[in-house]
Design a protein around this ligand. Structure first.
Ligand SMILES: C[S@@+](CC[C@H](N)C(=O)[O-])C[C@H]1O[C@@H](n2cnc3c(N)ncnc32)[C@H](O)[C@@H]1O
Length: 345
């Protein structure tokens, strides 16, 4: 598994992790240490993040120095030494944590869809609820500055966080700004609190050490989120949705967002999620903006695209007194780095 991870998964993007993973695969001692972790926590992504976490915490200085210098040759023995010498700590971190996706940079696709939801609902204020929120970075969507390859820009031009996306096709994005955001609520089975040093370090630890751009993006988004941290609710998103909605003032439009999260829910839970939205919309207008793989978000049209075709559908559903209007307003690729806007104005 480690050799394969190094030679296949890491090879293209991280020469450092390629070298380290292959070195671990060739060390009997390292493999024995990895075997001390629970079976489902032995994956390279978890163990390597746990090692990185120790390095960032200042507990593995040789490994930290090799990672900071992107020194592949020094990193391999340092990783083995750390793993073998601190097996209990590595295993404890791996057992407690799950590897996190790089949940940065989603705002370029979310912003125009949320603004469009607000326009359609005639809303003067919105309350954001992100389901499967991880660290809740999507909840800063109105506070980042976004530029698009067609010359449009959205969001806060003075923001220290800049995001961008390439526009595919010639249909412009809706130009209107998102109304004031009056609530930010994130729900996750294991939310990470950006104001908690351990949680923030774990997010950093999940970035591969020789990906400085990814790390810089994360640092900037963490710093911004920490200045207006969201309310985090821990638990199943479907169960907690009514409670989350209760945090949005009734005179604001509740906008539920999901980005690459629903695929983690069994189909039955996804349908139940839609049912819960529908129930909530009996008493107030609710919008749902989704960026999910083709066919993953229930009720959102697939435009005839094949499932697992490598791109995602940007969905917008507005539920008003339980009348559902669901539309595919865009396609996106590379988790939002490329966007084709499809909806008319
Ligand atoms: C692939 S990550 C996506 C995170 C983020 N939305 C993004 O765009 O990268 C899926 C997230 O959904 C969360 N999750 C999975 N099942 C869940 C559930 N039933 N209720 C709430 N969160 C869940 C996981 O903990 C994880 O943080």
């Amino acid at each position: 598994m480690y050799r394969r991870f190094g030679e296949v998964d890491a090879a293209e993007t991280s020469p450092l992790y390629e070298r380290v993973a292959v070195a671990l695969s060739e060390s009997e001692e390292a493999l024995r240490a990895i075997a001390a972790a629970p079976a489902r926590k032995r994956h390279p992504r978890v163990i390597l993040a746990a090692l990185h976490d120790l390095a960032l915490a200042g507990r593995a200085p040789a490994l930290a120095a090799a990672y900071a210098a992107s020194d592949n040759e020094a990193a391999a023995p340092a990783a083995i030494d750390t793993l073998v010498g601190m097996t209990d700590l590595v295993v404890a971190t791996a057992a407690r944590r799950r590897p996190r996706a790089h949940a940065t940079g989603r705002c370029a696709v979310l912003y125009p869809a949320i603004a469009e939801a607000a326009r359609r609902a005639g809303a003067r204020a919105v309350g954001l609820i992100d389901l499967g929120c991880s660290a809740g970075l999507n909840l800063s969507v109105d506070r980042v500055g976004i530029t698009y390859s067609n010359g449009q820009s959205l969001g806060d031009p003075a923001s220290p966080v800049r995001q961008s996306a390439s526009i595919v096709g010639d249909r412009p994005l809706p130009a209107q700004a998102m109304p004031e955001v009056v609530a930010r609520v994130g729900v996750d089975l294991e939310p990470l609190d950006v104001t908690d040093a351990d949680d923030a370090r774990w997010l950093r630890a999940c970035v591969w050490p020789d990906q400085p751009e990814q790390m810089a993006r994360l640092e900037a988004e963490l710093a911004l989120a920490a200045t207006a941290p969201p309310l985090l609710l821990q638990g199943d998103a479907v169960e907690l949705l009514p409670g989350a909605l209760a945090h949005v003032p009734t005179d604001a439009l509740a906008v539920v967002t999901t980005t690459w999260a629903l695929s983690r829910f069994p189909l039955e839970r996804r349908l139940r999620f839609l049912h819960r939205l529908d129930q909530a919309a009996a008493g107030r207008t609710v919008a749902w903006v989704s960026a999910e793989g083709v066919g993953v978000a229930p009720a959102i049209p697939t435009l005839g695209d094949r499932r697992a075709s490598g791109h995602s559908i940007l969905g917008l559903a507005v539920l008003d007194r339980s009348v559902l209007r669901a539309e595919a307003v865009g396609r996106c690729w590379s988790q939002g780095r490329l966007l084709a806007w499809l909806a008319g104005s």
